[in-house]
Design a protein around this ligand. Structure first.
Ligand code: 5AD
Ligand code: SF4
Length: 479
């Protein structure tokens, strides 16, 4: 129509309108990468890039990568091989494709990525995402750009706020980064090198973002940080706040009815945070508190700076404050020097705690970390065997926990349509997926249901009324 109308005004309008481009973002690793990918997508939207699910039609392919274990890092290079072929195909049709690598592999390997994968056009570290539009313009002009050197405060200062429309499309739960980086230097871990020193986001920024999320319909927010419970900041009252106090402030925001946080270090679980678990109904009774190993000798070699007994005492205090809390954790098997006896200590601590959910990994030596240099690396076959035994125990525990909920009435936040017509899927307070009847409510509602069946990956339910039995002790669920 515009063209038919002719005239110079119409022509000008045509040339000024930005041509819509498409971006395909692939996210590896932790929830913080998910959050960062969303912020990058928001920043790119302002540049005229719309997200696409199809890599073939993408003008910009962005891999947001993970460096935590070797497997995760190597996956990036095989994916880049595949993307190079797509780039070549598109080039034959005269279409440009910019390939970008973001995340922890970008930070750790920088220019080396360009050497191993020359089709890559830009490499951008996690502290630098606010500069992505400028970096992209340089890459499109033909430069190979490596941008990994910025103060993290800049990122927090300049990252775009979540766009209301984008938030709506992402559903009723959201992540919110409050802290980034780590000063703990566990000897197996690359995070202190890739994400840098611990930095806390200011209270005002966090509250503003949480309010924005709530206004866009978000009901549940998970606060993120590599060491989230090390978060601290100056409150509006001029006092030093810790995570516990921050959670109380966020609980005042209308519409935000569920709060979670992850990931925590045992040494930073202070009294105020434990009190928040006791006093704050909106804080969900679920805590991801990795211990990594059960042997004091290995914990020392890992530089965890606590013993197995310290950890168990801490859990006792947390459970005294919030009897229905479900524990989650991370474990590493086959750390250098780990004997069968050390491994049995890990099995013992798992039995003593009783985990509702847990993640377990084979130790993977990471370049530049002290663990990679240690003698007595454990053979892969031994790691495999230990991982299998540990995972069998952890699965048994999570299934026993799920089973203990059958017949109980619980509150579920409905998140999305289920696989079958008439079904919705939501989350229990303990983060399990729950399949609900759509007569129970609509997406965004927190509804009361009775658990009828515990499957391996989700719970089934029927609508219920009356009070949820939230404060029952879950100790009986332990294996
Ligand atoms: N090898 C295996 N697992 C690791 N993790 C961190 N570094 C390594 C490594 N080098 C695990 C820890 C951590 C989780 C995010 O990943 O259990 O808590
Ligand atoms: Fe890594 Fe330890 Fe820091 Fe967690 S606390 S990010 S495991 S160094």
């Amino acid at each position: 129509m515009l063209e038919a109308a002719g005239g110079s005004a119409a022509l000008e309008a045509k040339t000024e309108r930005p041509v819509e481009k498409k971006v395909f973002v692939k996210t590896y690793g932790c929830q913080m990468n998910v959050y960062d990918s969303q912020r990058m997508t928001d920043a790119l939207a302002a540049e005229g890039y719309r997200p696409t699910e199809s890599i073939e039609e993408a003008d910009l392919v962005l891999l947001n990568t993970c460096h935590i274990r070797e497997k995760a890092a190597e996956k990036v290079y095989s994916e880049l091989g595949r993307i190079r072929q797509i780039k070549d195909e598109r080039a034959k049709q005269g279409r440009e494709t910019v390939i970008g690598v973001a995340g922890c592999v970008a930070q750790a390997e920088g220019r080396e990525i360009l050497r191993r994968a020359p089709a890559v056009d830009l490499v951008i570290g996690p502290q630098t995402y606010h500069r992505l539009p400028a970096v992209l313009r340089r890459a499109r002009a033909g430069d190979k750009v490596v941008e990994t050197d910025y103060a993290i405060e800049d990122k927090f200062e300049h990252l775009p706020a979540p766009a209301r429309k984008a938030v709506r499309s992402r559903g009723v739960t959201a992540f919110l980064t409050v802290q980034e980086g780590c000063d703990k230097f566990c000897t197996f871990c690359v995070v202190p090198y890739t994400r840098g020193a611990e930095v806390s986001r200011p209270v005002s920024q966090i509250v503003a973002e949480a309010e924005r999320l709530a206004e866009a319909g978000v009901r549940e927010v998970t606060l993120l940080g590599q060491n989230v419970n090390a978060w601290h900041g100056e409150g509006p009252d001029g006092r030093e706040w810790g995570l516990g106090r921050l959670l109380f402030r966020l609980a005042e925001i209308p519409g935000l009815d569920r709060l979670r946080y992850t990931t925590s270090h045992p040494r930073d679980m202070d009294d105020a945070l434990i009190a928040a678990h006791r006093d704050l109904d909106k804080l969900m009774p679920y805590l991801h508190l990795p211990v990594q190993a059960g042997s004091d000798r290995i914990l020392k070699a890992m530089n965890r700076r606590h013993t197995a007994a310290d950890y168990l005492r801490l859990i006792e205090r947390i459970r005294a404050a919030r009897p229905d809390i479900a524990m989650s954790g991370d474990f590493i098997v086959g750390f250098p020097g780990e004997t069968e006896e050390d491994f049995q200590d890990t099995m013992r601590i798992v039995r003593a705690v009783g985990y509702a959910q847990a993640f377990s990994f084979k130790y993977s030596p990471r370049p530049g970390t002290p663990g990679a240099e240690m003698e007595d690396q454990v053979p892969d076959a031994v790691k495999d065997d230990r991982l299998q035994r540990l995972q069998a125990l952890l699965t048994e525990q999570s299934q026993a926990f799920a089973q203990s909920l059958v017949g109980r009435t619980i509150d579920v936040l409905l998140e999305k349509p289920g696989r079958h017509p008439g079904q919705l899927v939501g989350r229990s307070p303990w983060l399990q997926p729950v399949v609900a009847d759509e007569r129970a409510g609509t997406v965004g509602d927190i509804v009361r249901v009775r658990i009828t069946h515990a499957g391996p990956n989700s719970l089934l339910s029927e609508p219920a009324s009356g009070p949820a039995e939230m404060t029952k002790s879950l100790k009986g669920a332990h294996v």
